[in-house]
Design a binder for this molecule. Structure first.
Ligand code: HEM
Length: 188
């Protein structure tokens, strides 16, 4: 297939725009889930107003931003592969596709969480959702490193970066939880 090089660059531009929109949606969606779960724990009359509003915001974000972003990123990626199928033979692309597959499972899982939240059946705590919300960051770091370094992936540097990220995320979640506990005790 011999498309002009500019077409390839247009596909790549739209692919990157799709990826940015997709991730913005995924990050904000789980943040909304956290607010939703915390509103659900309130013992006040306005609880239902909050919970309904969060459900509406989640649905709109997922259907108008997150999923269209995913569709744009994936369809443009298919275009890039049709343009240059030899990418599929490269190890970095195979590893990338594995992580994209995990990301798609995460995306579908977010939809399941959204529907269980809307029904008031969600078993996840705010703390667990905070941890879940760190997963796409890891996927993002790994996938972007794969497309940039390709087959020269800096294994040792990447390992340290990922270990650092995981520790940093775990610590910040714990610190935030402690900060909230102290604040709550002060209010009582
Ligand atoms: C359906 C899954 C995907 C496929 C098949 C795919 C495929 C591709 C291909 C073939 C390229 C062009 C590589 C080049 O010209 O050097 C590319 C570029 C890129 N992809 Fe993906 N991609 C997918 C998902 C993603 C995701 C989820 C992300 C982000 C987390 C991502 C981030 C990027 C970036 C940043 C580039 C630009 C790299 C550069 O120009 O150096 N891709 N992708």
């Amino acid at each position: 297939m011999s498309l002009p090089a500019e077409s390839y660059l247009w596909l790549k531009t739209l692919h990157i725009i799709g990826v940015v929109v997709w991730f913005a949606g995924l990050f904000y969606l789980v943040r909304l889930f956290i607010y939703h779960v915390e509103a659900d724990e309130l013992e006040s009359d306005i609880k239902f107003a909050f919970v309904n509003q969060y459900s509406l915001m989640e649905r709109r974000l997922a259907n108008i931003i997150t999923t269209p972003g995913m569709i744009l990123a994936v369809s443009m990626a298919i275009g890039l592969l049709i343009y240059n199928p030899s990418w599929l033979e490269q190890t970095w692309m195979q590893v990338k596709l594995f992580f994209v597959f995990l990301l798609l499972i995460y995306h579908i899982f977010c939809y399941r969480l959204m529907s269980s939240l809307a029904k008031g059946e969600c078993k996840w705590s705010g703390q667990q959702l905070r941890i879940l919300n760190e997963l796409p960051t890891l996927f993002l770091v790994i996938v972007v490193m794969l497309v940039v370094f390709k087959n020269n992936f800096p294994t040792s540097a990447a390992t340290w970066l990922i270990v650092f990220l995981v520790i940093f995320m775990a610590l910040s979640i714990q610190l935030y939880a402690r900060f909230r506990r102290i604040n709550k005790e002060k209010q009582i």
